[in-house]
Write a protein that binds this ligand. Structure first.
Ligand SMILES: [Zn+2]
Length: 360
């Protein structure tokens, strides 16, 4: 009997990790579990109807699309903006596939950079933009630049061009003319530009997504400058910088752009873990810029994914971990945003973008 108890105890120690040697524990295996007996609130659905301003064509089949729409219904998502980053036949086939659910999805296209490194680039790309627009593209997204100027598009990436490159101008101007908002992913969270060493605050993600700024590439501050140049030089084009413009480490940078330029919005997608570390600062930011922030996900199409976003935005839960979804080792905290702010974030501000689209 004594032996049996010993074996049971040993087994339970092994299962609960008592056998681990902290000196040999790898950071990537650190999976803390909160010990606090405090409220755990998993929202059944969004408190108010939502337009998700940032997603991608995750559904690979009609069946996946069906289950995505079911998840949207369950979670209170009335519409999802799909950033296809595509042109040509790929864009067309996505429009056709997502057309199965009229009104539930809005597809945005990319730019066609074919020949961007040769003289004469521009007219054909503008013509393709107009064609995508006629096919149903309501906006452009997402364009992206982490420093190398890839500026994201399929099938031809525009390596070496930044958002304020003169070659982008005719396209950005055409977007203004067609009232197509432009979603831009500029830079990455700051710690991805810092040495991935023992002092790096976001090390677990920084080591995976590290941006190695090679000669000729732009660093974080220079990327912000390229974004500001584009916003300033194209005042009739409406820009949405996704992921808080990757300024969660210093929100005053994004705040200053919002203060200065009325043709500028932020989407909050895929930065839940990065912002849930500083809940009081975030509530201040959401309060100050409540007219200019747009809800987005950018993290797939599953019910638990939506729930995490609502938990961060709506609840006052503290010290909870989502290490699988987000890969950070830190604990998160809810913001408990007011109903007024939530309604703007989820829907009202997106309707302002829709109004802009409809003013064409
Ligand atoms: Zn995205």
């Amino acid at each position: 009997m004594k032996n049996t108890i010993c074996i049971v105890l040993l087994l339970s120690f092994a299962l609960t990790g008592f056998g681990q040697n902290a000196d040999q524990l790898l950071l990537k295996n650190f999976r803390p579990v909160s010990v606090y007996a405090i409220p755990v609130t998993i929202p059944a659905k969004a408190k108010f109807p939502v337009i998700d301003m940032h997603s991608h064509p995750y559904a690979q089949s009609a069946a996946e699309l069906d289950s995505w729409v079911k998840a949207m219904d369950q979670m209170g998502i009335s519409k999802t903006i799909i950033h296809t980053m595509s042109t040509g036949s790929r864009f067309d086939s996505l429009v056709d596939a997502y057309g199965k659910y009229p009104g539930r999805f809005e597809l945005w296209c990319g730019f066609d950079y074919t020949g961007y490194d040769k003289p004469g680039f521009g007219q054909a790309a503008v013509t393709e933009l107009e064609r995508c627009f006629k096919k149903g593209a309501k906006g452009v997204g997402e364009l992206g630049d982490k420093g190398a100027g890839e500026i994201y598009s399929k099938p031809v990436p525009g390596y070496g061009m930044h958002l304020d490159d003169a070659r982008m101008k005719p396209l950005l101007q055409k977007c203004a003319e067609l009232h197509m908002p432009v979603n831009v992913h500029i830079a990455e969270p700051y710690w991805m530009y810092l040495p991935a060493d023992s002092t790096n605050d976001g090390l677990m993600n920084a080591s995976t997504w590290k941006v190695d700024v090679k000669p000729g590439m732009l660093n974080h501050a220079e990327l912000m400058k390229s974004l500001e140049n584009a916003i300033r030089e194209n005042p009739k084009t409406l820009f949405i910088a996704c992921h808080f413009a990757n300024c969660e480490y210093n929100l005053s940078i994004a705040g200053q752009l919002l203060d200065t330029y009325s043709n500028f919005y932020l989407d909050i997608s895929a930065r839940y873990a990065e912002t849930a570390t500083i809940p009081r600062q975030m509530v201040k930011f959401y309060t100050q810029y409540q007219e200019r922030l747009l809800y987005g996900t950018d993290m797939g199409m599953g019910v638990p994914m939506y729930q995490i976003t609502f938990r961060v935005l709506e609840t006052l839960d503290e010290h909870f971990y989502e290490t699988v979804t987000f890969n950070y080792h830190w604990a998160m905290n809810g913001f408990g945003l007011s109903d007024t702010i939530l309604k703007k974030l989820y829907m009202k501000n997106a309707l302002k973008i829709r109004k802009y689209e409809n003013e064409r």
